[in-house]
Design a protein around this ligand. Structure first.
Ligand SMILES: [Zn+2]
Length: 291
């Protein structure tokens, strides 16, 4: 499942590649993935991409009038491709985009002059594919104030990497959530963007057991969890910038320290990592150095 670091790379890259281009055509080869009417889909044509960004586990595409929000869920992936490149199976949504006169000025530094950027004079395609068809593409016409499950409001806390989420704000927010730490980190109403994989990584970095109750944490442990959250996510983004482009549809996870490495030695203390699965989601941790 794409999480904050994966989607941060996708959002930066798509913004750099697509902003300033106009939609030539919008297609939904798998219409069940799209929440919106055929008319709303057709009305995307002619609109210019202003910004691509990430909020929690959503990719947001702002056009000059309407918008699109994509929640990739379990298996949704994004691809940037030349229009003549063969579309992968299970492609659910496609934006065909025309040339642009110049790239946008507000791009992430790491994307500037990147070799994978499509030429400004060339057309390009954004494809969203989803083999499990669990993700959703929400069309957001300017005229319809459509609520999107999990996006905004009280259902969604601040992004885990939001500069406004200071240590003080973290201490304040965490008081409202009494449960186990793994569930806490994955609770999008607490902080947004963390899922099954990075919650394991953060808890290992913080030396805290995924099954500890938040109510049992000492004040310094609350602070350690904040520090580990910020550090693990930032380090993953750094790695993924090197690893992912130009194949934005791939999900690099082999560099993770503990997630899905049950039975292997803990990279910190050498003990054998434990792993349990429930509903096909694994939790990996070290019984000897995570307390
Ligand atoms: Zn260990």
């Amino acid at each position: 499942m794409p999480e904050l670091p994966d989607l941060a790379i996708v959002a930066d890259a798509l913004h750099a590649a697509l902003a300033g281009r106009s939609v030539q055509d919008a297609e939904a080869p798998a219409p069940l993935a799209v929440r919106g009417t055929p008319d709303e889909l057709a009305a995307l044509a002619g609109q210019r991409v202003e910004r691509v960004s990430r909020r929690g586990k959503f990719i947001l595409i702002d056009l000059d009038r309407d918008g699109i929000a994509i929640n990739a869920m379990l298996t949704g992936r994004f691809q940037l491709a030349a229009p003549n490149e063969r579309r992968p199976a299970k492609t659910a949504f496609v934006l065909q985009l025309g040339p642009r006169s110049k790239p946008p000025v507000d791009v992430a530094a790491w994307t500037i002059d990147a070799p994978w950027l499509p030429n400004d004079e060339a057309a390009t395609e954004l494809r969203y594919r989803d083999p499990s068809q669990m993700g959703k593409v929400y069309l957001r016409p300017a005229r319809a104030n459509r609520a999107i499950p999990g996006l905004g409001g009280t259902e969604q806390g601040p992004d885990a990497d939001d500069p406004a989420l200071t240590l003080d704000a973290w201490r304040e927010r965490i008081r409202r959530h009494p449960g186990e730490l793994k569930a806490l980190l994955r609770n999008q109403a607490f902080v947004a963007g963390i899922g099954n994989a990075y919650s394991d990584e953060i808890l290992h970095a913080a030396r805290l057991s995924p099954f500890r109750k938040r109510t049992s944490l000492a004040p310094e442990e609350v602070d350690d969890l904040y520090e580990a959250t910020r550090r693990v996510l930032a380090e993953a983004v750094d790695v993924l910038r090197e690893r992912v482009p130009p194949h934005f549809e791939t999900q690099a996870r082999d560099f993770l320290a503990v997630h899905l490495r049950g039975g292997q030695p803990c990279p910190r203390c050498g003990s054998r990592l434990s792993e349990v699965s429930s509903r096909s989601e694994a939790t990996t941790w070290c019984r000897s150095c995570q307390r």
